[in-house]
Design a protein around this ligand. Structure first.
Ligand SMILES: [Zn+2]
Length: 428
């Protein structure tokens, strides 16, 4: 009797696991051309063995028994690790030219979460399998969305999240009408003192964030003091969290770097001496740049009155800053910072940044490393994501054709393949 009951329980357990897709699937991917993101090289005719959510082997010989593997033939494609966009805002959208508070007034937290799921799916569909989501997500809505994606309730890119941006008073809002004076406190983690700076990091940690984002300066000219930034970095590093700083002009970039941050977001104006300092200290730069065509599309779509000349001069200046940073030996990490309404799906438009690096003159193999390995390395996860090697998550993207030779056409994707953690999300 005992034995029968035991057997029945075992059977039900197996049935339960099968129903929820828990059995680990085995795949063999035949890659015509494979990008090795660590060495920045392309290898021909490689075989990738996958079990469950991980890659178990990458080899150039197929004389291994793989009868129990499902074969995915990508022999006419270029296979790369899933892209990592290190600067997103899945919980926030803004009309070009509109004030940032509009989104928060018009949409509830629930609206933002559901829309965030939609955006996350768009990014995954485009081949961006991981993102670092850097705030403007209410009070930890990003943690909720990340967890829902991890549990498989929502299909989307793997998220690493910052929680509310730690910021000086008023966050990144402009002049707010009296009625909406409470918005900064709902959207940011406002600090006024060194003690508040320290406890903000602890609160973020207790809420389960993956990274700390600070707004070193806001548009109102308010800044976090060097002492506040130092306190944030010290507390974060003690708890194994990296710190990245929104910093736009040279002086504040310099202050943030001296305070010990790990990365700089945007950095539109950085002097050669500050770039040198970043290079020496190993501080990475996330150039959230776009292409002329990309900006033009967004401007036309939103009927904004920004002129072609405005776009041209902005693109020219970001390009120069990028090349200066590369020349100084600063590690570059891909980030789109795309939170505007776009003509094409937002995940596809997010790849404009990669194309802008390419158009600035950076070779394809470097651009692909910036879009994969560097984003992982910046947060110490280069054995898990951004690579195709044994032990890493099976985050694999492929583009039909030769991506090395036809980058600009193929990278936006059409007949492309997307797998995240061993699960096929999109087939050509
Ligand atoms: Zn941003």
């Amino acid at each position: 009797m005992m034995k029968t009951t035991f057997k029945l329980i075992l059977f039900l357990l197996l049935l339960f696991n099968a129903a929820f897709g828990q059995e680990s699937k085995k795949y063999l991917i035949k890659a015509g051309k494979l990008f090795n993101s660590e060495s920045k090289t392309f290898l021909k005719n490689q075989f990738i063995f996958i079990e469950g959510e991980k890659i178990v082997k990458v080899t150039d010989s197929d004389d291994i028994t793989y009868a129990d593997h499902e074969i995915i033939d990508l022999s006419k494609s270029t296979v790369i690790p899933g892209l990592i966009d290190s600067h997103t805002h899945f919980l926030f959208m803004q009309g070009s030219g509109a004030n940032m508070e509009v989104d928060l007034i018009e949409n509830s937290d629930d609206d933002r979460l559901l829309r965030g799921g939609h955006i996350a799916k768009s990014f995954l569909s485009a081949g961006i399998t991981t993102v670092k989501d850097l705030g403007n997500s209410g009070q930890y809505l990003d943690v909720t969305l990340r967890n829902a994606i991890d549990k498989g309730w929502v299909e989307g890119s793997r998220m690493l999240v910052s929680g509310p941006i730690i910021s000086p008073p008023n966050g990144q809002f402009g002049q707010l009408p009296h009625l909406h004076k409470n918005l900064p406190a709902k959207e940011y983690s406002i600090v006024r003192t060194v003690d508040e700076a320290r406890s903000a990091v602890i609160e973020h940690m207790n809420n389960g964030v993956d990274i700390i984002k600070i707004c070193a300066t806001n548009d109102n000219g308010l800044v976090l003091s060097t002492e506040q930034m130092k306190a944030i970095v010290e507390t974060a590093h003690k708890n194994n969290l990296k710190v990245t700083a929104h910093a736009t002009y040279d002086q504040i970039v310099n202050d943030a770097v001296m305070a010990g941050v790990d990365g700089i977001e945007h950095g539109y104006n950085i002097s050669d001496s500050t770039l040198q300092l970043m290079s020496e200290k190993g501080v990475y730069l996330v150039p959230t740049d776009g292409t002329f065509d990309g900006y033009k599309g967004i401007v036309e779509f939103s009927k904004s009155n920004i002129t072609d000349d405005d776009i041209k001069s902005f693109v020219a200046s970001t390009k120069q800053r990028l090349l200066n940073a590369v020349k100084a030996g600063v590690k570059i990490v891909y980030g789109s910072d795309l939170y505007l309404y776009t003509p094409r799906s937002i995940g596809i438009e997010a790849k404009n940044s990669l194309v802008s690096y390419y158009e600035a003159g950076i070779p394809v193999n470097e651009v692909l490393q910036i879009g994969t390995y560097n984003g992982a390395f910046a947060i110490g996860k280069q054995n898990e994501i951004g690579v195709i090697k044994s032990g890493a998550f099976a985050d694999i993207v492929a583009f039909e054709g030769d991506l090395e030779k036809d980058f600009k056409n193929l990278i936006y994707g059409k007949n492309h393949f997307v797998m995240k953690a061993g699960v096929v999300f999109k087939k050509p």
